[in-house]
Design a protein around this ligand. Structure first.
Ligand SMILES: Nc1ncnc2c1ncn2[C@@H]1O[C@H](COP(=O)(O)OP(=O)(O)OP(=O)(O)O)[C@@H](O)[C@H]1O
Length: 240
């Protein structure tokens, strides 16, 4: 079965344990959201998935690859969407994607690039304009178009909705749902409960590097999720 698997992963920095025996998995077409406050271990987890950090213990695997040992190959199939998408501001969306697909060894025709930009709903009039003038939502659409052109099968979304208005969040969620339908595995780290509730199939709550709760999203209302999240924070504070 096509799977992203994080198994008993720990990462320490000196005597600080950033991630502590973390285990979760994501199937094709599903999204897993790790919710956590500041210092919970979200960025460390993303860096482990990206192969930028070596786990001290445990394994991270995607399809047939170990995400540390085979990181160079695995990265070809992985797409990272950071909070702030960085594009070449003086280039248009068309020029950025032409350059970035070449850089990723997946050169695309002008027609394929236009189709990808249409698919993510970037207005035609903006395709040829410098992206420096784009809103955050528009830059994110260009990034998602790149994920489509790369045919990325593992998407890592890092606080993707900070600074987006509600309409842009809804559009973003619909675009990711579309990639899920195409068979992508999605991992999102965030402290945006609402977005997690809109997007995720499974939600894990991370506190001080420990996965303190995991639920199937469809079994939760947003109120349930808020309650679970804040209760987990309180429990963790009491036991610390
Ligand atoms: N390179 C590092 N060196 C030392 N400590 C680190 C390093 N990276 C992370 N940490 C520590 O590990 C813990 C988890 O950090 P991490 O950045 O993964 O959390 P986070 O959930 O992403 O937080 P935030 O939402 O504030 O970015 C924190 O206590 C942090 O100080």
């Amino acid at each position: 079965m096509s799977l992203l698997r994080v198994h008993q992963v720990s990462k320490r920095f000196g005597n600080q344990t950033a991630v502590d025996r973390l285990t979760f998995s994501v199937r094709a077409g599903q999204a897993y959201c790790l919710l956590g406050g500041n210092g919970a271990g979200k960025s460390t987890t993303v860096n482990l998935l990206l192969g930028f950090l070596r786990p001290d213990q445990g394994t991270l695997s995607f399809l047939d690859w170990d995400l540390w040992r085979d990181r160079a190959v695995a990265r070809d199939h992985l797409f990272y969407l950071p909070d702030q998408v960085s594009l070449y501001p003086e280039f248009s969306a068309l020029e950025n994607l032409d350059y970035l697909t070449r850089l990723a060894n997946k050169p695309s025709t002008a027609m394929a690039i236009r189709e990808a930009l249409d698919a993510v709903g970037l207005p035609r009039v903006a395709h040829g304009q410098p992206v420096g003038a784009y809103s955050k939502g528009m830059r994110q659409k260009v990034a998602i178009a790149l994920a489509r052109l790369k045919d990325a099968k593992l998407l890592l979304l890092d606080e993707p909705t900070s600074g987006l208005d509600p309409a842009a969040i809804k559009e973003f969620v619909a675009l990711i749902a579309d990639l899920k339908q195409g068979g992508a595995h999605v991992v999102m780290v965030t402290h945006d409960l609402q977005c997690a509730h809109l997007l995720a199939d499974h939600i894990g709550i991370l506190q001080a590097g420990v996965l303190v709760a995991e639920r199937e999203n469809r079994q939760l209302s947003l109120d349930d999720l808020e309650h679970l999240y804040f209760q987990s924070v309180l429990d963790q504070q009491e036991s610390a």
